[in-house]
Design a protein. Sequence first.
Lengths: 681, 563
Amino acid sequence: MKNQEQSLFQINLVREAVQQAFVKLNPVLMFRNPVMFTVEVSTAVMLVVTLYTAFSGDKTQGSLSYNLCVFVILFLTLLFANFAEGIAEARGKAQADSLRKTREDTPAKVIQADGSIQIQSSATLRKGDQFICEAGDTVPADGEIIEGLATIDESAITGESAPVIRESGGDKTSVTGGTKVLSDQIKVVATTEPGESFLDKMIALVEGATRQKTPNEIALTILLAGFTLIFIIVCVTLKPFADYANTPITIAAFISLFVCLIPTTIGGLLSAIGIAGMDRALRANVITKSGRAVEVAGDLDVLLLDKTGTITIGNRKATHFYAAPNIEEGFFVKNCILSSLADETPEGKSILELAGTLGYQIPTGILNDSQVTFIKFTAETRSSGVNLLDGTQIRKGAFDAIRKNTEAAGNSVPDETTEKVKHIASNGGTPLVVSENNKVLGVIELQDIIKTGIQERFVRLRKMGVKTVMVTGDNPLTAKFIAEQAGVDDFIAEAKPEDKMNYIRAEQAQGKLVAMMGDGSNDAPALAQADVGVAMNSGTQAAKEAGNMVDLDNDPTKLIEIVEIGKQLLMTRGTLTTFSIANDVAKYFAIVPALFIASIPALQYINIMKLHSPESAILSAVIFNALIIPALIPLALRGVTYRPIGASALLRRNLLIYGLGGILVPFVGIKLIDLVVSLFF
Amino acid sequence: MNSEVLGIILQFLATVLLAWPLGIYIARVYAGQKTPLDFFAPLERLFFRISGINPNREMTWQENLVALLSINFIWFFWSMFILMNQGWLPLNPDGNASMSPDLAWNTTISFLVNCNLQHYSGETGLSYLSQLCSITYFQFVTAATGMAAAAVVFNAMRPQKSAQLGNFYNYFLKSCTRILLPLSFIVALIVLFNGTPMTFAGKANIITLQGDTVQVSRGPAAAMIGIKQIGTNGGGFFGVNSAHPLENPNYLTNFVENLSIILIPIAMVFALGFYLNRKRLAWMIFGVMTIGFLILVFPAVVLEMKGNPLIQSMGIDQSLGSMEGKEIRFGAAASAYWGITTTVTSNGSVNAMHDSFTPLTGMLTLLGMMINALYGGVGVGFLNFYIFIILAVFISGLMVGRTPEFMGKKIEAREMKIAMIVALLHPFLILSGTAMAAYIYHHDPTLAWLNNPGYHGYSEMLYEYTSSAANNGSGFEGLGDNTPWWNISTGVVLILSRYIPIIGPIAIAGILANKKFIPESAGTLQTDTSTFGIMVFTVILIIAALSFFPALTLGPIAEFFAM
């Protein structure tokens, strides 16, 4: 399901959208969109004119077939616009439905007041109910683990096949309805009422019942309404002007001029663009709680990114062995291997891995507890290791800890090793010192591995004008090094939860919009404070409530995609508005000569497209105006591609394509349509 | 190159060269910095002491607007009283009668709104008291009103969050004393030395070469002509305005008067750049205005110099160009250049008969007023342009993938609403006014307003409302406009089209000033680039030009093709 590229027009969705196109003709619904509402009124007027012409036989308003054609085309214009909205809704719903399917009725093992367990339908689960999930069960509802630990297959939601571990306490307590428990048993408390999960809210948003216009959508609607008003004035005043010039103009011509001039293209596609924005977010497996959040995402100035998982691959890895002077390298590495054999940490494993790639044999199964004694890492000793049967003590640990022991035993730490340790630390690495019987053998260098391709993404963000901030628990020296390596603009080292909060506040005080991603409960205040707070689906309920988006994939790089989705949304609005208004130039040159040419033949000079007749010119313009809407539906749904080439270059590019293109395309289109229409009129 | 063409090129270059230092100076005046004319300070302090105004009190945009509107309200009654009683008031050597109420209403409104549409002729319609205390007085204070309004907007555009936008009275008085008074004094001196009268004596009796005795009207004209041009007022002392030999005696005075028309409008744009230290922004605005201006000037000059083919076919020599309605001392090129400069700015003074321009030149003058933001009137030209910038920012901001912002402030629904109302008002007033007049005339041709039938008569009506809505004040003439219908309807258009385009931009700028300032980033739309300039130009073209296309088709375009 994840990122599954569907064709834009699946047959079942189209059927639903066509149906919606007619339902949406209801004037009460239409009134929300002033541009299309005026088209509907115009269509009604044309219907009256057509009926009048049909029954009275009066030819002063043009022939019946001509009036009928204008009426039908206007009606189609309305249907096309409604279809655009319908198909966007249908796609969103289909996507949401497929997510919702995962949580269809499943049996829930609900814990009753007396402690007994009763199996009931998941649909009856209320917020606060407690239930048990065992291996093989499907989680019946969203909830929070209050007891136990389990491996869970979340592929139904995220598409990721690797199971994840969820446990009570800490930041990984959330379970999602529809996911499958693979092992162990957990006790969960339901956190949502039926029908009120984020997914349900999202579906309601897409379906339009609770869809509010976003602030930018409102402002754009005002602009479009303004343009509509201007052209109402232009068309209404034309009547006395024409009377003065003794030029009769038919009602069909007035209506056609009006409908062609008002920005029907953007007016018809505006809500589809907004819904498509949320669709695209959902397709990226991000649930948005409001359309506004997507819009704001396009404006973000600052992204707060966790180091681990976003900038670096999970954990540190061993990259080098540096033997102390007078220690043979092979001997040193062998001791490193011995010290790490029982080390289950990712760092320990990576030491073995590195040794393996250098060609050393990794002993397997030879050593066991009867031959050696493994010493576990503790916070006091800050080292771990192994005691061999012959009494040899091998230790591996932080420089300070090993030095203390070494010096306590009367040995000195070689200067070269001290130097090496400093050098590694200042380059963002973590040094681990290995000793044998309190004699230093050498240093292992551990490094953070920066994700491949992440630098390019940060460059891209910088070109968009977005500042990236790395948040890490590392010391400032290490943080600085990684920040420089990855190419982030700033970092917060040794970060405590309140540091994020303070950083966000400080940036916001300067007027910037900040986004962050988080999962823990202690992230909740910062998520709420951020302009865009993306909570991971695996995170705590508090975090999910505080943010305004939920990422089903738990992927920290998702913020970058969200910014692009937001920008796409705004750009699509802007470019289609420009295109729509630029079209007016050609439409004027088609219709205005057609209006007057009969009584003022001299005006044939401005019929620069050489259209066949006044009727064919008007029909061609109206047909073009109707057809351009379905032609642009794919663009409205997919969005205009964002390119991080700087604002001015982007404006130049879009102005050229949609501005100049918007002027030229209708000249060609109307002329071509006229060639066909002229066969009939 | 033809010396006529060279003359107008020199005029334009001289204007820009003078506007640059003037811009620096104006910016310093509004910023309250030291200027060479600080010796006016005691005079200003005296005014403020008498009126009890504290010029240093910072006011919000609402307070500034209240100050602006209330002072305008008082001026209205002042002028109505003088005009309706000038017959018996002093300084009336020629014994001109008091004005009728509807003409006094039209004249007062017309000068109050810096339009100077004249439905009377100065020689016979006004006493010297009216010329000085109503007409010339208004020419100063209304120009200063527009400049002070622009200064408030300049102030609001600073990169910070602030509700305090300076003091209207302070900007207003300084505009009068530091800018308008010195400049108009210089222009007045130049025309005075070239023969324009400056006297309180009545008509002079002069014996002509033919031996007849003629009466020549005169009066305190030179003083008025200076401010008439400098303050984009345009209301002439004499009926035929700057085509009159005493109002505009020779090519030199024509050069100076024409230069004065667009001097402050251009300087205000530069002043913005210096005031905010955003010179690139000023260049962008100047560039867009200039390109639009040249697009109008170039064909106008070519068409007028080419002559009128219909008159040519009657056997009349057109080698000097189309000279019908033009003064031989200025020539076709300088007349066409003046025609465009006076219509793009809201000046409206004329040195040739606009009615007699060839049809397309007539259309270009109409377009200048329909756009009304290519340089525009003193102060208000920039305010009109500001609205176009807001609209362009909104569309192009979206096109770069951000919610729109201008100078670090987000543009949202409220600002769009105001900008749209202002942008709508202009076509609404022009088209609905002309539509009503056309309707009335069509149903009652006995009205005999029009001296010309057909397309040209239509252009005359369209021009009258366009001139009113642009607060321009020039007339196409040929229209019998001193009737209650024209006096009252154009008066209404004048008021609406003056105050709403001042209130709108100040409100927008005030609301924006109160918003959080967002520092620029790489993703921010830059408004001082040529790309954005093209965007603004396109918005101007589509809103101002396209909405008038059908109307122009029935007027000058039809006339041109029928020629």
